[in-house]
Design a protein around this ligand. Structure first.
Ligand SMILES: NC(=O)c1ccc[n+]([C@@H]2O[C@H](COP(=O)([O-])OP(=O)(O)OC[C@H]3O[C@@H](n4cnc5c(N)ncnc54)[C@H](OP(=O)(O)O)[C@@H]3O)[C@@H](O)[C@H]2O)c1
Length: 343
């Protein structure tokens, strides 16, 4: 195929930096890289495949026609600019929550619902789900496919990097301030200071008491599985971990469930790493993850008081699995389905 002109909007952010690294290693041929950020970063140079590419503001880069554009600069930028890039011919892969629930926009996790990208969407936009949704749906896909589910109840333990580079910096600076005894930690990126703390709020509250992150998990999971009746309820919690989201997931099935059957189903799934008490790896933790493209599942156990209930502990690198890798895998799927560029 002909090399592609690719834009990365939000190239200097936490997700953008991961995207550049993954795109560099991918087999997608690139003839031009449009790196876009705010005016604060304009003029910076970023290395890519042996060259150095300048960072530009979106108003100037918007004059170029791209084959593909990754958006990772927040919902407001996506809402304003993604349709313009798409109208000028780019296939847009959007990491924000701007279009995820738009019925005309495919919401795609390549390991779970690749069939939604067999043709190019008319609007030219494909949405990447929320980070906590991606690791959940990848972990439960083999079970949802063959076992009848009554409901899913989960609690998330979400890292500071979910709040971008500013989130990571706030956690590190705040922790140092507490340890040095010099400073009270600040709370600009999170509702209250995260250092040495746990915050049961990710995103704004709605009238029913749920947060935006909790609503995203429910709505996006239903859309990805095409199961509008899927019963799922969540509490999303921010924890003082720099990177890597964890989830305690309780699945209540309609029938009794066999632990061996569940383990076999999960073991067969590509991209899932299993942990158990019998091995030297009893469970995954966010800081010690080895393979950053996988979803790591441990503490799998049937509820002794109700044989229809199953617990799992699910950990993944949110910047990687939950954002950049999923986006690059969408791009690779689009390329292999011949939906971008002149082949
Ligand atoms: N972090 C995650 O785990 C995660 C997971 C899934 C999805 N997402 C989504 O991905 C997006 C980016 O998140 P992030 O964590 O990478 O945030 P981040 O670290 O704060 O990065 C934000 C990026 O947007 C750029 N930007 C800000 N204002 C801009 C403007 N006016 N024009 C062009 N670029 C602008 C920033 O440029 P400067 O460096 O110049 O400020 C930076 O490159 C968000 O929509 C987020 O919801 C994040």
């Amino acid at each position: 195929m002909n090399p592609l002109k690719i834009a990365i909007v939000g190239a200097t952010g936490a997700v953008g930096a991961e995207l550049i690294k993954l795109l560099e290693k991918s087999h997608i041929p690139v003839s031009q890289l449009g790196l876009i950020a705010s005016s604060r970063s304009a003029g910076r140079q970023i290395a890519f495949r042996g060259g150095a590419w300048p960072v530009d503001v979106i108003e100037s880069a918007g004059n170029t026609t791209f084959d593909m554009a990754f958006f990772s600069a927040g919902g407001a930028i996506s809402l304003e600019w993604a349709p313009r890039f798409a109208a000028s011919g780019a296939l847009v892969i959007d990491n924000s929550n701007a279009f995820r629930m738009n019925p005309d926009v495919p919401l795609l996790v390549p390991q779970v619902n690749p069939c939604v990208l067999t043709s190019r969407p008319d609007c030219g936009i494909v949405a990447n789900p929320n980070c906590s949704t991606i690791q959940l749906v990848r972990a439960i896909r083999p079970l949802v496919q063959v076992l009848a589910i009554r409901q899913i109840v989960l609690t998330t333990y979400q890292a500071a990097s979910g709040g971008g580079l500013r989130g990571i910096n706030e956690l590190l600076t705040g922790s140092k301030g507490v340890l040095d005894g010099t400073d009270e930690p600040s709370s600009e990126r999170f509702p209250v200071a995260l250092a040495f703390n746990v915050i049961p709020q990710v995103g704004e509250f709605s009238a029913d008491g749920a947060t935006l992150e909790e609503r995203k998990l429910i709505q996006e999971s239903r859309k990805i599985f095409s199961l509008s009746e899927l019963k799922l309820t969540a509490t999303c919690v921010r924890v003082p971990v720099t990177n890597g989201h964890s989830e305690a997931v309780y699945i209540e099935f309609r029938e009794h469930v066999s632990l061996n059957n569940v383990r076999e189903l999960l073991a067969r799934e590509r991209g899932i790493q299993l942990y158990d008490n019998a091995s030297c790896r009893p469970y995954p933790t966010p800081r010690l993850l080895q393979n950053h493209g996988d979803v790591h599942v441990g503490r799998i156990r049937v509820n002794p008081d109700d044989g229809r209930g199953l617990w799992m502990w699910v950990v993944a690198n949110n910047l990687h699995v939950g954002a950049a890798l999923n986006a690059v895998q969408i791009a690779e799927l689009a390329v292999s389905n011949r939906l971008v560029g002149a082949i």
